[in-house]
Design a protein around this ligand. Sequence first.
Ligand SMILES: NC(=O)c1ccc[n+]([C@@H]2O[C@H](COP(=O)([O-])OP(=O)(O)OC[C@H]3O[C@@H](n4cnc5c(N)ncnc54)[C@H](OP(=O)(O)O)[C@@H]3O)[C@@H](O)[C@H]2O)c1
Length: 233
Amino acid sequence: MQKNFLIVGGSHGIGYELVRQLAADGHRVTVLSRTPGNLHELAGVTHQPFDVLTDPFPVDAAPDTLHGLAYLPGSIQLKSFATMKPEQFREEFDLNCIGAVKCIQGALKALKSTPGSGIVLFSTVAVGTGMPFHASIAAAKGAVEGLTRSLAAELAPAVRINCIAPSLTDTPLAARLLSSDEKREASAARHPLKRVGTAAEIAALAAFLLSENAGWITGQVIHADGGMGRLKV
Ligand SMILES: NC(=O)c1ccc[n+]([C@@H]2O[C@H](COP(=O)([O-])OP(=O)(O)OC[C@H]3O[C@@H](n4cnc5c(N)ncnc54)[C@H](OP(=O)(O)O)[C@@H]3O)[C@@H](O)[C@H]2O)c1
């Protein structure tokens, strides 16, 4: 069955891979992001320019029948806590949490009226596992995890909502952390599975959570992190 999906932040990284996988399965996908990236290469995909920090949610972006929403805009501002200004905490909270709230509220009517609909949000391994220099992003993504569980309860049984908590994944967002062979090798070595994640494998998990195969899963934070969050090897 052909379905309608709205992917906020689907122009690059994990979001682009998610859009590519949904479109390859024949679904109709609308992408909201500031730039279109290479979306013109994908059939069945519409892009609308949208900056979640400054623009109102475009109500016409959500069709009356909407099977799934994913929200991918995120940040990694790593600094020592002593040098972090309150503004950094606000910026990360606005992009990661308030942006998701804005988009869920904008699409909620359509999601509620579509049987089997689902939402996927994104956290980070650094919420469940304490890591130095991650205070502002861990605080913002911790809020996203709380939002996931609270909304899962409030929206059940109409809409499922789940969250993915990745560790370091090879995307434009992580480019600075993977910008040399030495950095890549050190990052790979920190993970029990001895590599960083790929956008395609995180996107495949998101596509599963949006599908009817995940129809009995809601309120979960699922760790896709090469073992980083649970294992000590
Ligand atoms: N990559 C990692 O290592 C990693 C690790 C843990 C968690 N995560 C989380 O996973 C999610 C996806 O990460 P990613 O690595 O795929 O990120 P990415 O490569 O930076 O892609 C983010 C997407 O969001 C869009 N976006 C950014 N700011 C926006 C804004 N203000 N308004 C609208 N759209 C905006 C970007 O498009 P435009 O620039 O065109 O707007 C892009 O399509 C994020 O929430 C991130 O925190 C990633």
